[in-house]
Design a protein around this ligand. Structure first.
Ligand code: STR
Length: 417
């Protein structure tokens, strides 16, 4: 394990600190430990201490609290030079100026155009294209079966689909998708040495900056061009801001939806009674999607916000200058919010829509509707085309990628039936 960074000696960490496992060997166990550690829990991220919020109600409140900001300069451990670019998770926080890293009026300025482009109504216009990509990738699945009939649903279907959709939306040519997929995989993996991660982020910056310059010279009909031409409050976005938003959109748009689609398929295959209900039309795909979002969130931990003042949460105080993570997977399993059976996957659960997986407040996921459209097309199409779909290995053999913030499988081998 490449963990060069140790910000706090073990003795400095509270007894109740949950060490987040970079190898993600027991996600359910870790989710339960976080829940047991309290509403506000101390965690260790590769030697760096932070708080995390593990409950729905308190997370909701904190996500509306203007005393918590995204600006990394509000973080004591950063300002003191304790956390540096040698820390493998720094790229999750120090990601350039974009709607992901700025708050307040500036944040609205950076975000308005993107959220307007992604409303359910605007998305209806691209539904036919998403359907077409889906059908093409279903053909690809059929063709990719090995002699034993096994095919990796992730590599051939769940991964390329969101990349094509976000690529089309942002105007990224298909010839670049494999390169982007490869680099993001390395970006997220904790097995990637930090110098390599920093180098690939720099390469991505060059790629996106070139793309923005090209679109500035020749605007087309995509969101990147719209961001370049936008004048929010009479003030255009700078090149850096357009690049930042583009980076955030591509990274978020492709990585999280992979998890949503695969986690839904996995949940259904391991709960055949519920799959039967959906296929018989007794429950709808929306219910599957919402319950999957709650039960097995694509984002495990969202990094990070910083307190600009002391903030009291129950018996604990987040001190000014400390960092707060939002542990969405634990929040989805909150008993107060979802009942004593919160750990059960149940598409008929009354609270299935009352999850917080897309966040809350000003930074709430602008791509939420898009991901629902994608999953709402991909899942029924997959099960209609391959009604006999089943896992090619026992469910316990599915492993997670060594990614600390995302809930992402290494592969999902299936038999199409
Ligand atoms: C990856 C690196 C980068 O260049 C830009 C961003 C900003 C948006 C981030 C993204 C990051 C990582 C994955 C995130 C995404 C926003 C939503 C997505 C955190 C840091 C989620 O997992 C929810």
């Amino acid at each position: 394990m490449n963990c060069p960074h140790t910000a706090a000696a073990p003795a400095d960490r509270g007894a109740g600190t949950v060490v987040i496992d970079p190898m993600v060997q027991d996600l359910d166990g870790e989710t339960a430990r976080l829940r047991d550690a309290g509403v506000l829990a101390r965690i260790d991220l590769l030697g760096v201490p932070a708080w995390t919020v593990t409950r729905h109600a308190e997370a909701r409140q904190l996500l509306l609290d203007p005393r918590l900001v995204k600006d990394i300069d509000a973080w004591d451990l950063w300002r003191s030079g304790t956390v540096t670019h040698a820390w493998p998770l720094i790229g999750m926080i120090d990601a350039g100026r974009s709607m992901f890293t700025v708050d307040g009026a500036e944040h609205r300025r950076l975000r308005t155009k993107t959220s307007q482009a992604l409303t359910p109504r605007r998305l209806e216009a691209i539904r036919p294209e998403i359907e077409k990509f889906t059908q093409e990738l279903l053909d690809a699945l059929d063709a990719a079966q090995g002699d034993d009939g096994v095919v990796d649903l992730k590599a051939v279907f769940a991964q390329p689909l969101p990349m094509r959709v976000v690529g089309m939306l942002m105007g990224v040519d298909e010839s670049q998708h494999a390169m982007l997929t490869r680099r993001y995989k390395a970006f997220f993996s904790m097995l990637t040495p930090q110098d390599e991660r920093l180098a690939l982020l720099a390469e991505l910056d060059v790629f996106y900056t070139d793309l923005v310059r090209e679109k500035t010279a020749r605007p087309t009909d995509d969101l990147t061009s719209a961001l370049i031409l936008a004048e929010e409050g009479g003030e255009p976005l700078t090149e850096e801001e357009v690049v930042g938003n583009l980076k955030a959109m591509v990274a978020a748009g492709h990585e999280t939806t992979i998890g949503l689609v695969l986690n839904a398929v996995r949940a259904l295959l391991s709960h055949p009674d519920q799959l039967r209900k959906v296929l018989a039309g007794e429950a709808d795909w929306d219910a599957v999607i919402e319950e999957t979002l709650r039960w097995d969130t694509p984002t495990t931990h969202l990094l990070m916000r910083f307190a600009t003042e002391d903030i009291t949460v129950g018996d604990e105080v987040i001190r000014k200058g400390e960092g707060l993570v939002v542990s969405y997977r634990a929040i989805g399993r909150d008993i107060e919010q979802h009942g004593a059976d919160a750990d059960a996957f149940d598409i008929t659960r009354p609270t299935r829509n009352r999850h917080m997986t897309f966040g809350h407040g000003p930074h709430i996921c602008p791509g939420a509707a898009l991901s629902r459209v994608e999953a709402g097309i991909a899942l029924p199409a997959l099960f209609t085309r391959f009604p006999g779909l089943r896992l090619a290995v026992p469910d316990e053999e599915i492993t997670k990628l060594p990614v600390m913030t995302q809930n992402d499988m290494a592969a999902f081998p299936v038999l199409l039936g």
